[in-house]
Design a binder for this molecule. Structure first.
Ligand code: AMP
Length: 397
């Protein structure tokens, strides 16, 4: 899937239309108020474009995991006030996303105004991709716009079924995701490097295999690196390992060699005696048998950074160490710094969501320093794994 293969909202005749927009307003709440408006602000360009076209904008979203039941703590009501503040137009909140209450509120909403409908996931039919439920949602619009990249890997009524029922296009947020992730995979500026970390090898095998068909350099760090190092016969002490994945790790390394992909792995380590927030870090070249490695060491940081500075496209997913503990966050920050330096040199830098974004938060690193920080953890992973995402398939030209 690439930028040219999806339908885009700005190519549709939107003037004076009633437009149903799936947004990602899964925001943190505190004391009944929105604690962080970032996701709401992120939809500004798309919603402004619709308001500029004198559309009646009907927003649908989910919040939390109410599992198909009405749970007041997952109500989108607090979000309505923030949307109204941001756009300065009346926002009509409906206490249900389908049925007479929703129909009434949508009917009351005028062109140039916004309706926000209650949490989609209060209905079990949403996550079942139920056609009848999607038909009721589709009644709220003449056009459907998909703006919630974080949910496009799910076949839900508001991502898949509804898009079959209305003329549909991608909003600007989805377009940006597909543009950056799609281009990196299909036509990257080279050399192209992927930096993959995180804890679980099993979660990343598909990702690694798909990336090996695309990249020039594959850098492995994080807890998953120790399964690879063990597969190479190295001493890993008490470091995290998945013994059931040693063979697959070997296959990844063989595939890299066969494809001429340069593979880099840690050459030194920050180790500790126990897995604890207060553990002190010791730099070593060889992991002692009674110790656990919780981060890459300084030589590795330099090795990885030097390589990244030679690259024109960099994709990063997964921390290099236990970044939640201050003494073991340095390796992950070093990758972020190297990517920022490479970006300043003209490289395209992409952060693939999930825990890598948490690294930026922890280090108070500005997301604007990178070319693209994906908003969808699971969705961006599945995109880069080469899977077809139901919410994007539904927008295919
Ligand atoms: P994932 O969700 O697979 O991307 O993994 C993210 C988690 O990996 C984070 O919570 C890190 O603390 C953890 N992690 C990274 N490096 C290590 C390591 N060397 N040992 C144990 N856990 C790690």
């Amino acid at each position: 899937m690439n930028f040219n293969s999806i339908k885009k909202m700005q190519d549709m005749d939107l003037k004076n239309k009633k437009v149903l927009v799936r947004v990602d307003y899964n925001v943190p709440l505190k004391d009944g108020k929105v604690d962080n408006t970032k996701r709401i602000v992120a939809t500004e360009k798309t919603i402004k474009h619709l308001l500029d076209n004198n559309c009646r904008v009907v927003l649908i979203a989910h919040l939390g995991r109410p599992k198909g039941k009405v749970c007041p703590e997952f109500s989108l009501a607090p979000v309505a006030a923030e949307v109204e503040k941001l756009f300065g137009v009346p926002v009509h909140f409906a206490k249900d996303c389908v049925g007479p209450e929703a129909d009434k509120v949508v009917a009351e909403t005028k062109n140039g105004e916004i309706a926000l409908l209650e949490n989609l996931r209060f209905h079990p039919e949403e996550e079942k991709n139920d056609t009848e439920f999607a038909k009721q949602l589709a009644k709220h619009g003449e056009i459907f716009v998909q703006e919630a990249f974080g949910t496009v890997h799910r076949a839900h009524a508001s991502t898949s079924a509804v898009a079959q029922l209305l003329p549909s296009g991608a909003g600007y947020l989805v377009q940006k995701e597909v543009e950056f992730l799609g281009k990196a995979l299909e036509n990257p500026a080279r050399p192209f490097a992927a930096v993959i970390g995180g804890a679980k090898v099993s979660d990343k095998i598909l990702l690694l295999n798909n990336l090996l068909d695309k990249v020039n350099v594959l850098i492995i760090g994080g807890g998953m690196a120790y399964t690879f190092l063990k597969a190479k016969g190295m001493e890993i002490g008490k470091s995290l390992v998945d013994d059931t994945k040693i063979e697959e790790a070997k296959q990844v390394m063989d595939k890299a060699a066969a494809k001429g992909v340069k593979m880099l792995m840690p050459v030194d380590f920050r180790v500790a005696k126990e897995f604890s927030e207060t553990a002190t870090a010791t730099d070593v070249d060889v992991i002692p048998a009674d110790m656990e490695s919780m981060d890459i060491g300084p030589k590795t940081e330099k090795l990885f950074a030097d390589e990244l500075l030679k690259c024109k496209t960099i994709f990063w997913n997964g921390p290099m160490g236990v970044f939640e503990f201050p003494n073991f966050a340095h390796g992950s920050f070093a990758i972020a710094d190297a990517m920022i330096a490479a970006t300043k040199n003209g490289a395209i830098s992409i952060i693939g969501g999930g825990d890598s974004v948490n690294v930026l938060k922890k280090g108070k690193i500005n997301q604007k320093e990178f070319s693209h920080v994906s908003t969808g953890g699971g969705a961006s992973m599945e995109f880069v794994e080469g899977k077809e995402l139901p919410g994007l398939v539904a927008l295919a030209k």
